[in-house]
Every structure is written in C-alpha cells, then in structure tokens.
Design a protein around this ligand. Structure first.
Ligand SMILES: Nc1nc2c(ncn2[C@@H]2O[C@H](COP(=O)(O)OP(=O)(O)OP(=O)(O)O)[C@@H](O)[C@H]2O)c(=O)[nH]1
Ligand SMILES: [Mg+2]
Length: 417
C-alpha cells in the first residue's frame, strides 16, 4: 500500500479524478493549496489543490471479532484517519456488495443480471465518493435548507467551503458554522445611499398588503418626530379610492399632525410636488398595492409616479414571508420603477429568511429598512446584517462577534434623514 498525490483545480475536481482513477475507497490524508500551470515562473497560473491520499486495505474479521489489516503499512507515513472518519457513514465496500448480490441472486439469476446490478452499485459508490461531502457540510446544507435558502445559494456556500476551508476547519462544526454565517452576512447587501438631508421624495411601491402604508407612517414618525431636529413631512397617497385606504393614511396623518394629499393622476401629483417640495423636507408617497401579475396597472401607476421626477427615491416593499418563486416575480415586475433598494417588512412573522437572502443576493438588491411589527413608529429599523443573521433558525450566532464583523460595512452614511 502506498501514498499517492493528485492535483486538480478544486477539492471536488481533484477528488473526482482520484476516484475515477483509483475507485471509491480512497482516503484523503492531506490537502494543500497550490499554483497550477502558468508560464515564465508562474505568470497566468491558477489556484489549485493537491490531495495526498492512500487506498486503505480491505478489513477482515478474525476469529475473535477484532479487525486486522491485510497488507503492509505505508513507510514514512502514519495512516492518519481521513476527513471522513467519526460520524461519516462507513464507505461501502465494493467487493462486499458484489458478494451480497451474488448470494441474493442465487443460481437462478443470469450472469448478465448480476453484472448489471454490480455495475449499478459501482456507479453509485463512485458518484457518492466523487461528491466527497464531509458530514459537517451535509449538516450545514440541511440547516440552510431548513431556513429556505435556494438550492443555488446553498451550492454556492458549500462549493466555497470545499474550495476555501482547510480540512481541520471542516472537522470543527462550530468554526464551519461561524464561517457560513459570515458568508451569509457578506451576501446581504445593505443600502448605503448617500441621501441629501432635505427635500427628499420617498415613494413606496410593492404588492398588496405587504405593509406599505404602515411603513409610510413609521417613516413619517421617524423623520417628523424621532429625528432631532424633526423634519417637515408631508404624506401623499395615490390610493384614494379604495375603501378604507384613504381613512387609514388620513388617520396616521391626523395623529401625527402631518398634512395628507390625495392624487390619482400625473398632473395632480406633479402639482403637489411643485407646490410643496420647497417647504417640505420629506414627501412620502404611499401607493396602491399592485399584483405583480397586473402589468397594465403597474404601467399606469408608473406613469403617475413619473411626476415625482428623477430625484424620487423609490423603495420596493417586500414581506419577508413571501415564497421564493413569488419574490423573483415581484422583483422582476417592479424593475421598471427603478427602485433603489428594498424595505423588508414582517420580519417578526417568519424565521425562514433564507428565501429573501438568497433572492436579494442573486439579484444584487440592497435592503434599506426592515420592519418587525405593527407598532408605529417603533417597529422599523435601518437594515443591518445582524437583523438577518439573528433571525436564522438552528444557527448559533455570536451576536457580538458578528456585529463587530459587519459594523465597518454599515457605517452610518445612510441616516434616517
Ligand atoms: N407583523 C407585522 N405586521 C405588519 C408589519 N407591517 C405591516 N403590518 C401589517 O400588515 C397589514 C397590511 O399593512 P398595510 O400597511 O395596510 O399594507 P399595504 O401594503 O399598504 O396594503 P395595501 O395598501 O392594501 O396594498 C396591516 O395589518 C399591518 O399592521 C410588520 O412589520 N409586521
Ligand atoms: Mg396601503
């Protein structure tokens, strides 16, 4: 028995080559990063990995029931267990499986049937070994799935772990968990627009019932009350005709003492903007909830909102509990509004944020605010990575560490007003 070395572009690629060449029983002893190819001493070379491995001897049971090796030891190398010891399922023994099938099929089976079944098992063994999945990676994968992360997002995390993490880190679940959380955090984009301090026009668009009007009220209170000194706020709604909608925004306006206007066409909205934008610090525009499927209505609303002009900051309001497939459709259909970021509502109603994190990361969208309850104005916050991480199920989050890790990327450029 001897030790072999193989090189490849990634851990997976390398393991695949080894299994193709030597069969599924190989055990990896050591992994290291290398530079591959290149000219003139490394120019244009690529990153790769080198795996050192051995093929363990087949184990037999002696009379006393203890295990003995058939075969010699490897000179100069102690046979350390490979990365897949411990809780990893014992690799299936191809010869063993072959014998079992031969026994089960008895004398009646034809040679061809047996050979076919043996081939099938061999393929399964090779596919399994080629996958080279460490049990801790499988555990991370399960947790990500339980949190509703998309398949492609999960694949990205697992591939990154395979490609970047040394084996000793993979062996340590807590360290792997921390790395995974860090990568999830990195994938969450926080909006850091440098908004002017006054004469802003904020427009909230989004599907029905996601919390647009409530969020408008929360923002109005934050800008008009919480901020020191408070800003002059005005509310405009283009949702004046739906039963209850007018009363809802009017109630918020009355309680907080902010003027409210109603418009339903481009001309009137333009008039309001021209009339009030000089004397108002923040104009908040509430819109009618639209089904993303209703392209005609969306188009009409877009035409009305064009009256706000190019300096309007459009925010897409999304409920955190929305299904992944629906989220994709919503993002796509609201694209013509050129929204600059997303407001994520109802974080208090879900503990499965993977869907939102996956899709926003895949589409490259940033989050500016999150809301996590019905109380106006308390339940709104400037979005931070930690809000997402602490809402993930089954991950142990070291809050202090993660806050520190992401605090630099969340400097307070994007203030309340
Ligand atoms: N739990 C929870 N409920 C919220 C949150 N934000 C809003 N809601 C509730 O969601 C419901 C709908 O809120 P609205 O503000 O009327 O939603 P909308 O998007 O304006 O709805 P339409 O105008 O009908 O499209 C209300 O009962 C709100 O109290 C939140 O962060 N958490
Ligand atoms: Mg509304």
């Amino acid at each position: 028995m001897e030790c072999f070395v193989e090189q490849g572009t990634s851990y997976r690629d390398c393991l695949g080559k080894i299994v193709a060449k030597y069969g599924p029983r190989v055990t990896v002893v050591r992994q290291r990063s290398i530079r591959m190819g290149g000219i003139f001493g490394g120019l244009f070379s690529r990153e790769g990995v080198e795996l050192e491995f051995y093929i363990p001897p087949v184990l037999n049971r002696n009379a006393a029931g203890s295990q003995v090796y058939q075969g010699g030891s490897v000179s100069g190398l102690s046979l350390q267990p490979g990365p897949y010891k411990g809780s990893a399922p014992a690799p299936l023994d191809f010869e063993e499986e072959k014998k079992k099938i031969l026994a089960a099929n008895g004398r009646d089976s034809t040679q061809q049937t047996i050979l076919n079944e043996v081939r099938e098992i061999k393929e399964k063994l090779e596919a399994g070994a080629g996958d080279g999945e460490h049990p801790n990676l499988s555990r991370v994968k399960e947790i990500l799935r339980a949190n509703d992360f998309s398949d492609s997002y999960i694949k990205g995390i697992i591939d990154r772990a395979r490609g970047e993490l040394p084996l000793d880190l993979l062996e340590n679940f807590e360290a792997l968990e921390e790395k995974t959380l860090e990568w999830i955090g990195e994938s969450i984009s926080i909006y850091r627009g440098n908004s002017p301090q006054a004469n802003r026009i904020l427009v909230l668009v989004g599907p029905t019932g996601v919390g647009k009007t409530t969020t408008v009220a929360k923002l109005a209170a934050v800008f008009g009350y919480k901020k020191n000194p408070p800003l002059a706020v005005r509310l405009i709604t283009i949702d004046a005709f739906r039963i209850g909608a007018k009363a809802q925004i009017e109630a918020y306006g009355d309680i907080m003492g902010f003027p409210v206007s109603y418009v339903d066409n481009y001309r009137d909205l333009k008039k309001e903007i021209v009339l009030y934008s000089e004397e108002t610090d923040i104009i908040l525009v509430d819109t009618i909830g639209k089904s993303p499927k209703d392209a005609k209505n969306l188009g009409e609303m877009k035409e009305v909102l064009d009256a706000c002009g190019p300096r309007a900051e459009v925010y897409l309001v999304l409920s955190a509990g929305t299904k992944t497939s629906d989220l994709g459709e919503i993002l796509r259909h609201f694209e013509p509004f050129n929204y600059r970021s997303v407001v994520l509502t109802k974080l208090d109603e879900t503990s499965h944020l993977g869907n939102v994190i996956s899709i926003l990361s895949e589409k490259g969208k940033a989050v500016s605010y999150i809301t996590d309850g019905q109380k106006v104005p308390d339940d709104i916050k400037k979005a931070r990575v930690i809000h997402f991480l602490i809402n993930l199920d089954d991950f142990k989050v070291d809050r202090e560490k993660m806050e520190k890790r992401f605090s630099l990327e969340e400097d307070d450029q994007f203030q309340w007003g």
